[in-house]
Write a protein that binds this ligand. Sequence first.
Ligand code: PBG
Length: 322
Amino acid sequence: MFPVTRPRRLRRSAALREMVRETRLAPTDLIYPLFVRHGKGVRTEIGSMPEQFHLSPDTLVEEVGAAREDGVRAVLLFGIPEAKDERGSEAWADGAAVQAGVRALKSAYPDVLVITDICLCEYTSHGHCGVVHDGRVLNDPTLELLAQTAVSHARAGADLVAPSDMMDGRVGAIRSALDAEGFDDIAILSYAAKYASAFYGPFREAAGSAPQFGDRRSYQMDPGNVEEALREVAFDLEEGADLVMVKPALAYLDVIRRVKDAFGVPVAAYNVSGEYSMLLAAAQRGWIDRERAILETLTAIKRAGASILLTYHAREAARLLG
Ligand code: PBG
């Protein structure tokens, strides 16, 4: 008891504070999400996400080369299609932007882990994550399309696939399709507990994927639920997910902790577009210290139990962690 105990003794210097720090970030924790489209020499800044860009396969290679220099070892690719249709058929087209981006990256930097997002919302004319009939998003007919997309990404050379659609049974469908094509060593990072969140706003502008009618609440989770997140994770693990994700991160730190404690598997968390843009907007106005806020945010997500952090701050964070 005070004055014998004085917690401040261990806070007296940087060397001491760093020695007793319980949660340490490392560049190897980070996954850097990127948006790929067709073309050459494209580097168009995304209005709702300052300092993030639409890239073509060639500029994607440049960006990932620079990120690799910063210490980033893993990327997650989203595709911007040339044309959309009812079923989102460009998602599984061999020559589509993601597939081209994966090929370019794997030949330039075979050591960089390339993860692809599996979903239809960027590719469908209605902007929903599955097949639509009579205003409803149909579950089972969507599974085959997602599985086909995963196989197409694996053929292009993706190291992991990450289904983000929230259809029931999609992890199992993707696992069997990959296995049937000889891709039994390609891991699945499942967006297992993905909430219907306002924090995806900036992403929908970046990916042009806003639903044209209704919203995603019939498939993404209700923000009030956590027991349900545990069930979702359990189902995905049973279906063959290798890694599970909670998304978004900041408003769901308790969900990350519950998932980590219940399953003990590596948990990923997605520091989503809205979280990124809020921080940058406040920093641009001089209201918060950008670098400290980034490291504090990522430390909090890791402290909550996530060991894999998907973040648009990846390059800057890796540089700061040096
Ligand atoms: C596709 C998908 C979304 C995000 C990742 N994959 C958007 C959505 O579900 O509406 C969001 C990523 C972000 O906000 O950074 N389903």
